[in-house]
Design a binder for this molecule. Sequence first.
Ligand code: MN
Ligand code: MN
Length: 468
Amino acid sequence: MDEKEKTPAQKRREELLNPRKNGYDRLASEDEAAMQGYCEDYKKFLNAAKTEREAVEETVRLAQAKGFVPFTRGMSVAPGDKLYRVNRGKAVMLAVIGEKSLADGVSIGAAHIDSPRLDVKPQPLYEEAEMGFLKTHYYGGIKKYQWVAIPLELHGVVVKRDGSTVQVAIGAAPGDPMFTVDDLLPHLGGEQGKKPMSEAIPGENLNILVGSRPFRDDEGGDRVKLAIMDILNQKYGLVEDDFISAELEAVPAFQACDIGFDRSLIGAYGQDDRVCAFAALAALLETERPVHTSVCMLADKEEIGSEGVTGMRSAAFDTFMSDLCDAQRVPLKTCYEHSFCLSADVTAAYDPNFPEVYDKRNAARVNYGMGFCKYTGARGKSGASDAAAEVVGFVRRTLDAAGVIWQMSELGAVDAGGGGTVAAYMAERDIDTLDAGVPVLSMHAPFEVTGKLDCYMTYKGMKAVYQA
Ligand code: MN
Ligand code: MN
């Protein structure tokens, strides 16, 4: 219909109202192929990075291929320099030095690379009923019933008595054995079925089955346990006490894959928050000589409160930024107060199977693009960073100018629950911060689902922020 045929009411409607539209009705044709290619790279990243340590290794590998070099204290920096620093193998910071001074602030993309999982306890191995098990302690917010009767892999490191480190990734290679936590058969699960979901599988029942074949020609007890230690000793040189100084994580054995007849979705473990980590990283790797220095911060420990030396609350980030500022003789506080951070973490996608926990007018929708959250938090916004209107306005203009499909969202209905992320810890450093990320279905489940369009638009949004 051309302009002449529109009634005054129709014109007014178009000027004043903005009905939310599916991203596929707004996707530019040139974005289509780029989106598919990006999502293939993202799935490869997910399969290579099932733990925070592996995410760091993969990040460094990708960064080095793009010319990034380790940044050490006292190094001089020049516009266009590409630098990175690893924090204890579990977090990583990268920067592309901009044309402007660090005194004019930096553009930060911050995400986290740890995900909910089952951590192996320090004294884990035992035998019961001639089967071998590893005791676990879950990490992050999980629904425990989701972690039984699925295939698991075991990833991590063991530091032996002599100080040498053994890397473990069992289940990752084709043909590898896997592990599992067994569940009760329904035939005998009558009483279990009456319990609330949160109590049906107690935390101390999350014991991983790791073997059943007894040691040959032995009359002593614990023959299965002995046989398992014998395998670990022959393969890795381990003795039982080495579990004490180990970080072994049991993670779901699923490979990232397309979901749906139309392949429009991605199913995988650990998309919270590697979907935003990869977006923040991929966008930075393509950033050349930005106006402001671009910084990508991939943090550990978000799922347990950002505590710890590798979490977002660690001074490691300030030290990295301070070392960069020292190279330009700029006070860190001057840099921070002019900086902007997009705290890129997943948000809850509206799930029509559970409409009661969402405000459907404010919930993020799958395929509606990158989801901003002005605030997260619980109850009366407790724990939220709650970005200022000016900050939201800045991001809105920046992303519109870059042709990014985005949506405004809130994580669930008021009083339905809530959550938080690293945004508050960036904000408390005196850095303007806004939450934004990919809407996820089945968040924190062993197998999470995202929309390809939203994954790609988050990458495009990160790119626009770095170039702002
Ligand atoms: Mn997260
Ligand atoms: Mn999370």
